[in-house]
Design a protein around this ligand. Structure first.
Ligand code: HEM
Length: 276
């Protein structure tokens, strides 16, 4: 569950929920939590989210308990940010200070979610561009990808890699095939760990996996594939403390993507819907 909560925060921060066609102040604002209604389409049915984001009811439960103690004071965006941090800590990873005071969106934007969340088919250049688009550096990108030291992915997101790619350890590829048949439509939603070495510990094993061509997603292995990010991957694989400090710095940078403050947005009473 910690993995799902960390991913929710990422999928919140990367998406501008504003409905205008140009970039406006909107990022880590809990837009991802808004459910669709008869008259409103949110971000949950965007391709990177549908059938794939988990942990929404956990956030709802936390919000209900916080509301019971202190009415309309702690935003859903703040809860998402804190839950991501506390999930990392609970799984053995580093801690950092979350800036509080951010507020919630009153809308969401499905097409921006489809446009801005990087798919696992991306190559290094596209990954770099999608993080640069959010003012995040290449080092931030490599460090944040280390979140794949926990959690799981569905077969449909790594099938092509384990059957057709050549920059993959063959024993590793074979071991995944039983749970992920070659034929599309069969076993699509079967889960495998993103970090084959220590799937439930927040550590730097993800980078060691990349050095031995055991990245689960195409996009993971792109970070160590003879390109400009190889040396950063090697550094994070050999030094847990280098990874931890780069990861915490990058999480703070990601959490600072255009939060809503002051009188912008609102503090939702329930995270899945705007206040009525
Ligand atoms: C670099 C670009 C990234 C791509 C292409 C990517 C893609 C993916 C994909 C395809 C999955 C599996 C989803 C599924 O099969 O249901 C996944 C899972 C996950 N991602 Fe990423 N991701 C990226 C960056 C990040 C970042 C920046 C974070 C957080 C800081 C993150 C955190 C996670 C976590 C924790 C999971 C496991 C979720 C779970 O088990 O519920 N990812 N990602």
């Amino acid at each position: 569950m910690g993995a799902s909560l960390l991913r929710l925060h990422f999928h919140d921060c990367f998406v501008d929920a504003s409905l205008t066609s140009f970039r406006c102040n909107s990022g880590c604002d809990a837009s991802v939590l808004l459910n669709d209604t008869a008259t409103f389409t949110g971000e949950q049915t965007a391709l990177p989210n549908q059938g794939s984001i988990r942990g929404l009811t956990v956030i709802d439960n936390i919000k209900a308990q916080v509301e019971a103690v202190c009415n309309q004071t702690v935003s859903c965006a703040a809860i998402l940010d804190v839950a991501a941090r506390d999930s990392v800590v609970a799984l053995g990873g580093p801690s950092w200070t979350v800036l509080l005071g951010r507020r919630d969106s009153t809308t969401a934007n499905k097409s921006n979610a489809d446009r801005d969340l990087p798919p696992p088919t991306f190559d290094l250049a596209n990954l770099t561009a999608s993080f640069a688009n959010k003012n995040l550096s290449v080092t931030d990108m490599v460090a944040l990808s280390g979140a794949h030291t926990i959690g799981q992915a569905q077969c449909l997101n790594f099938r092509d890699r384990i059957y057709n790619e050549t920059n993959i350890n063959s024993t590793f590829a074979t071991s995944l095939q039983a749970n992920c048949p070659r034929t599309s439509g069969s076993g699509d939603t079967s889960l495998s760990p993103l970090d084959t070495t220590s799937p439930t510990s927040f550590d730097n094993a993800y980078y060691g996996n990349l050095l031995s061509q055991k990245g689960l997603l195409h996009s993971d292995q792109q970070l160590f594939n003879g390109g400009s990010t190889d040396s950063t991957v090697q550094n994070f694989a050999s030094s847990a403390s280098a990874f931890n400090s780069a990861f915490t710095a990058a999480m703070i940078n990601m959490g600072n993507i255009s939060p809503k403050t002051g009188s912008q947005g609102e503090i939702r009473r329930s995270c899945s819907k705007v206040n009525s």
